[in-house]
Design a protein around this ligand. Sequence first.
Ligand code: ADP
Ligand code: MG
Length: 350
Amino acid sequence: MSKIRLGILGGGQLGSMLSAAAKKLDVKSIIFSDDKYAPAQKFCDEFIFAKYDDKNKIYEFSRKVDYITFEFENIPYDTLEELSKLKQVSPKPSINRIIQHRLAEKDFVNKLNLRTTRYVHIENKKDLEPLTDFLPGILKTTTMGYDGKGQYPINNINQISNLNIDFTKKYILEKLVKLKKEISVIVTRFGNNKYEIYEPIENIHEEQILKYSKIPADISTKLYSQSQQWSVQIAEELKFIGTLCVEFFIDRNDNLYVNEIAPRVHNSGHLTINAFNISQFENHVRAVCALKQIKLKKISNARMINLIGNDIIPYRKNLKLDKNQYFFDYLKKEIKEKRKMGHITILKND
Ligand code: ADP
Ligand code: MG
């Protein structure tokens, strides 16, 4: 039988790790990216560099693959829609339509009767003035935000004029939650009520960027099962195929809130590569290529540390690692401040 060919839109580290998982399963990976220096080209079998709206290249890509997926959610909806007429795209493009837009995403979660932070839509500066009730809060662009980009913390109304907010964009204003903890739940759905779910992962962010993840999360059994239940409910409602991550807030009274949904593999799940029999990446490839579902087994507790900007330098100089430590270099062309350059996972069972 000839090899299954998986097309992946996006060429960052998530694309690299998906390609590595595909290789393990003897699936050929073809990456399409609009970044000439996309790091995933070093990990995949074939690389196409073109803009996401380049119709010819998109058709060429579709002819080379059997299944299509993506590693980041901001691929233009029209491209995904066009591709889905030619090959199976998983998760399906209509899901992106919801999740690419913070307002649509939060409305969707609320309709399921799951708690989110309080939020309002903001279209111009005047909309902000009567909203002291939502302060302190965070103003977030409705589209294209990630790693804290496009976010403005606002403590009081007088701050707004000093912030230089670009009001050609649309925003939501979210009330700040007094956070006790942040967790995420990763689930891979294969079909109706068929899924593999990882245990909740505890996450620590610095300057709105993920810095540390660990399992087990230090949370009550109630929050453990509630967060898993809500994640499955979201995946079922979306009829999601593949790996999805739900990010949660826990406040000081142990209330759970859905923060956001990532319709893809997620940074907090990097530790699944070493800590489980099947990683979130392998599970994703299995689900989107209609391969066998295998029961998930945990191998070890684990901690993951993101190497951001210059953090990577000592590790590149052959820093000696213990045998329970695993170093991943994303092989990005340039080190930049706040750029995720690599990570380390440490397996630990005490
Ligand atoms: P991004 O798309 O950049 O990941 P998030 O909405 O997840 O955006 O925000 C990034 C981080 O900022 C969160 O993980 C959390 O640490 C902090 N944060 C965002 N919104 C809130 C909020 N309403 N209350 C408290 N902390 C928040
Ligand atoms: Mg987030």
